[in-house]
Design a protein around this ligand. Structure first.
Ligand code: AMP
Length: 396
């Protein structure tokens, strides 16, 4: 993997694709600067070498139209705050202004280009557009893991203009290393926990990770399709009837590959999909008519805990209960505790993809696990075994 650590940026201009697609409030202020924080080490390395940085990113979905709402001008104060440096701004990513500003950029300086998605050519992966951007710099750095699964002009196509000076940024390399630790070279036993609502969205992931894992924990709403397929009564719990056969096939495949599968053994059930609904704890195979499974029960939490504390590598994707409702968050909280404890004892833990990332941030587990991925879709596609266009473009 060719990273920026393999290059001395002294007196060089680096065009750095970042993912500053940050959440904002109504006045345009940034409400979560995680994505800016995440690329700070990359920017600092280039500046410390004596190079200069030209930042490019998209923000929102302006669909090829220039708009105040999606202007990067609005987020400059937050970028400057996080980086602790002033940032120059080209109000159009392409054209004379940007060309002059880029050519006059001095070592140690940062220039930000206006939203790339003001041009349809960005998402269209247009070669000429990429070529115009490429002219600004001596090297190309991709540190936009969150957009690495897109073959856009600035995330993939542009790399061909820099055959020997294209690099992964430090965030990108951390993300790729974390995936590799789990799926490629993880210390055994490797345990994957898959939760969330649907089997259908996780099938490809399950099939792809089976050869790499020793234990597979299946929880959350998707577990009920397995339980029903195994003959259980699941009441009105989430069910994908057409996936029941597939669930059985997965269990067979896991067995054939010596992967131990752990399903919930009990559940906290509710009379309704509502935080204030009546609740009780029952065996997972005996959910009464009219009731639905909402969270992992206490015996399930203990079972998962034992598996996790005996694991050296842990991958977690998807909550194991409806954690958004306070009365049904305890199972996912217990799982977070178990992963935190295993991590403290030396396991490597990666949390990736959508809702589990939201959970660890909301409940303060982000410092208690080894790595929290910054890329939802990109992480999921990696776990599905797909080669990301943004990664391929640098590796080729
Ligand atoms: P996904 O986007 O497929 O990863 O699913 C995440 C969602 O699964 C979260 O919003 C959880 O509330 C939901 N979830 C977890 N367990 C259950 C359950 N037992 N019943 C219904 N939804 C669940």
């Amino acid at each position: 993997m060719k990273t920026i650590n393999d290059f001395d940026f002294k007196n060089k201009k680096a065009l750095v694709r970042v993912d500053f697609n940050v959440p904002q409030n109504e006045s345009g202020e940034v409400t979560d600067n995680t994505r800016i924080q995440a690329v700070k080490p990359t920017i600092e390395k280039i500046l410390n070498d004596g190079g200069s940085v030209i930042l490019m990113t998209h923000l929102g979905r302006p669909k090829g139209k220039v708009s105040e709402e999606f202007s990067l001008k609005n987020i400059i104060p937050e970028i400057e705050k996080v980086l602790g440096k002033s940032v120059k701004f080209a109000s159009d990513a392409i054209g004379e202004e940007a060309e002059i500003m880029a050519s006059e950029l001095q070592p140690g300086e940062i220039l930000l280009l206006e939203n790339l998605r003001f041009y349809n050519e960005e998402e269209g992966g247009d070669k000429d557009f990429a070529g115009k951007l490429a002219k600004y710099a001596d090297a190309y750095v991709n540190d936009a893991f969150g957009t690495a699964h897109r073959a856009h002009a600035s995330t993939a196509v542009i790399a061909q203009n820099f055959p020997s000076t294209k690099f992964f940024g430090l965030l990108m390399s951390k993300e790729l290393e974390a995936i590799d630790k789990v799926l490629g070279h993880g210390e055994k036993p490797v345990t994957a926990i898959l939760g969330g609502s649907k089997v259908s969205t996780k099938i490809t992931i399950i099939e792809n990770i089976l050869p790499a894992v020793n234990n597979l924990i299946i929880g959350g709403g998707m577990a009920f399709t397995f339980i029903k397929a195994l003959g259980g009564n699941i009441g009105k719990s989430l069910l994908e009837e057409e996936k029941m056969q597939l669930a059985l096939e997965i269990l067979e495949k896991a067995k054939a590959q010596n992967v131990k599968v752990y399903l919930p053994v009990d559940a906290v059930i509710a009379s309704d999909f509502n935080n204030d609904a009546e609740r009780k704890e029952v065996d997972i195979y005996d959910i009464p008519e009219g009731w639905m499974g909402m969270d992992a029960g206490p015996r399930t939490r203990d079972l998962f805990h034992d598996v996790l504390l005996n694991s050296k590598t842990i991958l977690w994707n998807g909550p194991i209960g409806v954690f958004e409702m306070s009365n049904f968050a305890a199972g996912t909280v217990a799982l977070g505790d178990s992963i935190a404890e295993a991590t403290k004892l030396g396991a490597f833990s990666l949390v990736g993809g959508g809702d589990s990332v939201a959970f660890v941030k909301q409940f303060g587990y982000d410092d208690k696990v080894s790595y929290v991925s910054t890329g939802g879709g990109a992480m999921l596609e990696s776990l599905e075994g797909k080669e990301l266009p943004g990664v391929k473009a640098i590796n080729n």
